[in-house]
Design a protein around this ligand. Structure first.
Ligand code: PLP
Length: 394
């Protein structure tokens, strides 16, 4: 063919982290069909959806089966009922949003990955290690990325410093962080908001793990004064309510966010109405139910279950004297690989010795080399069995 392709695709890692892991695991299983694997790798939930969510979705299915209540294409930004429900949820954090500032989509990954569509060629700041989608979606467009290194010294919470002398940055922040579990305090987020306001920058705040926060930390960047003039926030029902396979999330584009009088919310709306046809009605009804008092209570029981797993994994790390973070306001345990092992070597070690699958820290950025992520999203039985096995080799 004589067409040109987007050459920037060759600048990103060839395969997505979890595809690489899946391939390695498949190859191991093929060679060792008798060995039973325990997967504490990918951050996928395992607990069923809350009864309140299921009931709401069943009712919506019935509505779809009757001519009088059938629905076709959903409005691209979401039905009013879900936009209002999300705006209402923010009241729990003392944040006042209008339903029109909430844009519902099919999950945080899409919204994060598609956001660069409405931005020009700005300098990009991304923490390292972090959820890989921020880096890859910007690389695909040939954007210039600078990394904010997160490490033991800064508590895995990079802050603005004197080296950042430019302006007009797009800054990605993820709190609680995937993979490290680190959470920004109010004071730290205020420093970022002040920096963004001073330098005319945009913060993209990913609060996908907000529901896991345990302690006095901001659940939303809009708890910080001034954030509505410099931050987009992206949230998800995936981890808070088990929607990883059901698919629903949201982006908040406050009215104040504008460049030369052009509102980012209007641009996002335009982008979505061109390339996206809305979240299914049935799913939106489920998501709405997840935000009711009962829905939140039921989903919280699942979060408690996962955090019980996290405590067990953390206990093992303490017992073995392995340095780790996370597991308190996040479902992930981020540990230093023992004996100075590299991330992928430790991955192979656990896979081959005890058939436990985790995620190599290096997959989240060069700053993750030498670290490893264990997820608490497995069943209690699987987590306990993984711990028993790891105890014998750590
Ligand atoms: N943001 C972070 C930090 C994540 O870890 C994930 C998924 O693991 C997502 C966003 C994507 O969530 P969703 O399932 O809503 O696409």
């Amino acid at each position: 063919m004589k067409i040109k392709v987007n050459e920037h695709f060759f600048e990103i890692k060839e395969t997505y982290l979890f595809s690489t892991i899946a391939k390695k695991v498949a190859a191991y299983s093929k060679e060792n069909p008798d060995k039973k694997l325990i997967k504490l790798g990918i951050g996928d939930v395992t607990r069923p959806l809350a009864a309140t969510v299921i009931n709401a979705m069943q009712k919506a299915v019935e509505e779809m089966g009757r001519a009088e209540t059938f629905r076709g294409y959903a409005p691209e930004p979401g039905y009013d009922f879900i936009r209002e429900a999300v705006a209402g949820y923010y009241k729990n954090f003392g944040v006042s949003l209008s339903a029109g500032e909430v844009f519902v989509g099919d999950g945080a990954k899409s919204d994060i990955g598609n956001l660069p569509d409405i931005l020009g060629d700005n300098p990009i700041l991304i923490p390292d290690p972090v959820y890989p989608v921020y880096v890859d979606s910007n690389c695909m467009l040939g954007r210039k990325i600078s990394y904010l290194y997160a490490n033991r010294e800064n508590g895995f919470l990079p802050m603005p410093d004197d080296t950042l002398t430019g302006e007009g940055y797009v800054i990605y922040l993820c709190s609680p962080n995937n993979p490290t579990g680190a959470v920004y305090s109010h004071a730290q987020l205020k420093e970022w908001v002040d920096f963004a306001l001073k330098t005319g920058s945009l913060i993209v705040f990913d609060c996908a793990y907000e529901a896991f926060i345990n302690g006095d930390y901001p659940h939303s960047i809009y708890e910080i004064e001034g954030a509505k003039s410099c931050a987009v926030e992206i949230g998800s029902f995936s981890k808070m309510a088990g929607f990883t396979g059901t698919r629903c999330g949201w982006s908040v584009y406050p009215d104040e966010l504008a460049v030369n009088g052009k509102k980012l919310s209007s641009m996002w709306s335009r982008r979505q109405s061109t390339k996206f046809n809305g979240v299914p009605y049935i799913v939106q009804r489920g998501a709405e139910a997840a935000l009711t008092k009962e829905g939140l209570r039921e989903s919280h029981e699942n979060i408690e279950y996962y955090m019980g797993n996290a405590r067990l994994i953390a206990e093992l790390m303490r017992e073995k004297g392995i340095y780790f973070t996370g597991g308190v306001s996040s479902p992930y345990i981020w540990l230093e690989c023992p004996n100075g092992m590299k991330s992928w070597d430790f991955f192979d070690f656990l896979l081959e010795k005890v058939q436990v699958v985790g995620t190599p820290g290096e997959g989240f950025g060069v700053g993750g080399e030498g670290y490893f992520r264990l997820s608490s999203f497995g069943s209690r039985e699987a987590t306990e069995e993984a711990i028993r096995r790891m105890k014998t080799v750590l």
